[in-house]
Ligand binder design. Structure first.
Ligand code: ATP
Length: 123
């Protein structure tokens, strides 16, 4: 994204955030009580680049974020609470509502400019 470029449309994060009401729920990891097999199943059943980590499915309190590639590595090697620990130390504990990727914003900007969001080529 080009931070210097003015974006004249007033957009709310909630308009860009995923998942939409009709989409499948946010794919999250839970801080505790999740087995390696469950984490593996989550990675294999989705193609997302990353997964928010929440305290529990019920609370949806955000503790961290794990990249898909790091999760794949940690399933094979190191314990995966390393990233969670970093976020815990930062004191991030917010209720998770959704996720916005850079592409979500670019697509939204294209839509606002009346361009077909899927016609935009991304690197
Ligand atoms: P691409 O995969 O084409 O690079 P992207 O950069 O937007 O797309 P992805 O992580 O694959 O990255 O996200 C694809 C879409 O899914 C986006 O709209 C994003 O908001 C949403 N998304 C990302 N992570 C999750 C998740 N863990 N659970 C649910 N939806 C997600």
């Amino acid at each position: 994204l080009e931070p210097k470029e003015e974006f004249e449309h007033k957009s709310l994060a909630v308009d860009v955030m995923r998942p939409r009401r009709s989409d499948p729920a946010l794919a999250v990891l839970t801080q505790e009580g999740m087995t390696v097999a469950e984490a593996e199943a989550l990675v294999e059943s989705t193609r997302y680049s990353g997964f928010p980590v929440v305290v529990s499915q019920e609370s949806q309190r955000l503790v961290g974020f794990v990249l898909r590639r790091d999760l794949l590595i940690s399933i094979d090697h190191t314990p995966m609470d390393i990233t969670v620990d970093i976020f815990r130390k930062l004191g991030l504990r917010q209720r998770l509502l959704g996720i916005i990727t850079k592409k979500d914003i670019l697509k939204h900007m294209a839509q606002m400019a009346n361009r077909d969001p899927d016609s935009i080529l991304f690197n």
